[in-house]
Design a protein around this ligand. Structure first.
Ligand code: BGC
Length: 396
């Protein structure tokens, strides 16, 4: 294998999520929260990209890029809009989406929870409520029974560590709590939710592949020993802790890598103070695009000896000047890790198209396809072509 060649059967794909692309869902906590003027650019997700109705054309676009893997999420709040009442029409809708992916020979990564909760559950305390685990299990059981045979990889949770931080520690996401104790509590609940879901899925489909998508940030530092120690500590806490405590409940490791954080003592102390005293502001999130970081985080997970998938990696780049280089440089480092024996088996780019970027609204542009939010027309950016050539040739 030459250095820029990827292994046979490597998965090349894209990732999206329900709330960020589907549009017109009235029943989730995020839809309610957005309407209170919480989004930085003043928008609400509204119609979003209307993926709900345009999924066939969007899947066709992914196909046109020579891709063979597709990651998407289903919205619990559509499937169970009121407590205990499942909407069979919505389940049918998702079944059709998955069927269409399968007809087009995609390997499907299905996320069961990507940050949003049904509003009825949010009003009962969301992940703080003891009963939520039971509700989550009930929802998952229903889904797996309905379309288990259409899914190749189950992602029970998207970025549990990131979510707990944003929703319960810094409080920039609903339910806007700022409490260390609640952060710990919700983190534990999410671990339990994952373990129980893992068991249910395997009970129903013994050969299923189950995991999570974990947000990983590479913390690193110059020579200062104190900074090095802090970097180690943050890598442990942010990147690894969830995995360590749920170790036996993963058939693969899903990593969402975007950036690194350069730790310098003063900087970090200031940042922690800001997190505790006030809410974390966007300007505090000064981070560096650092492709070698993806290699470092992959190596952190090598010892678990199970397959690794890059379940997200991408860049906010409206004029597409940096995206091709970004993709190439990250792939170069992933390839390096593969050459050294790690089992990285797929790469899913975030995202197929521009979409609703949580509290930042529609401003950030992560898409291989540009979306005109007035007409909802999609146009491929240059990088779509660039990525499709890589997928076609299995090399960059
Ligand atoms: C999330 C996505 C988000 C992306 C870009 C990830 O942490 O899973 O939902 O859009 O980052 O910020």
């Amino acid at each position: 294998m030459t250095t820029n060649q990827f292994p046979k059967n490597f998965l090349w794909g894209v990732a999206i999520s329900g709330h960020q692309t589907e549009g017109d869902n009235l029943n989730s906590d995020w839809c309610v929260w957005e309407k209170n003027g919480k989004i930085e650019d003043g928008s609400i997700s509204g119609e979003a990209c209307d993926f709900y109705h345009r999924y066939q054309a969007d899947i066709d676009s992914a196909k046109s890029l020579n891709l063979n893997a597709f990651r998407l999420s289903i919205e619990w709040s559509r499937i169970e809009p009121t407590e205990g009442k499942f909407d069979e029409k919505e389940i049918e809708h998702y079944k059709n989406v998955l069927l269409y992916l399968k007809q087009n020979n995609f390997k499907v990564f299905l996320t069961l929870w990507h940050f949003t909760l049904p509003q009825w559950l949010a009003t009962q305390g969301g992940w703080e409520n003891k009963k939520t685990i039971f509700y989550f299990q009930r929802y998952i059981e229903k889904i797996v029974k309905k379309f288990g045979n259409l899914v190749d990889f189950w992602l029970t949770l998207n970025e549990p560590t990131m979510y707990t931080g944003a929703a319960y520690l810094t409080g920039v996401w609903p339910p806007e709590k700022r409490s260390f104790l609640k952060t710990v509590k919700v983190f534990c609940k999410l671990m339990e939710a994952h373990k129980k879901s893992y068991e249910i899925i395997h009970h129903l489909i013994p050969e299923a592949k189950v995991g999570i998508a974990q947000n990983v940030v590479y913390f690193h530092s110059p020579q200062n020993p104190m900074d090095k120690y802090l970097s180690w500590f943050f890598n442990f806490l942010y990147n690894k802790l969830f995995y360590l405590l749920t170790k036996k409940y993963h058939d693969f490791i899903g990593l969402n890598y975007y950036y690194a954080y350069l730790v310098s003592n003063l900087n970090l102390v200031k940042k922690i103070k800001r997190i505790i005293v006030k809410s974390l502001k966007k300007k505090d999130l000064k981070v560096e695009i650092y492709p070698p970081g993806i290699y470092q985080v992959i190596k952190m997970f090598k010892k678990y000896k199970i397959p690794i998938y890059i379940t997200e990696n991408g860049l906010d780049d409206a004029d597409d000047k940096k995206r091709p280089e970004f993709i190439r440089d990250h792939l170069k480092w992933i390839n390096e890790a593969i050459q050294e024996g790690t089992q990285v088996k797929g790469y899913l780019h975030w995202s197929l198209m521009d979409n609703f970027e949580w509290q930042e609204g529609f401003e950030p542009k992560y898409g291989l396809f540009e979306v005109d939010y007035k007409t909802l027309e999609r146009k491929p950016r240059q990088s779509a072509k660039f990525y499709s050539e890589i997928a076609k040739n299995n090399r960059f």
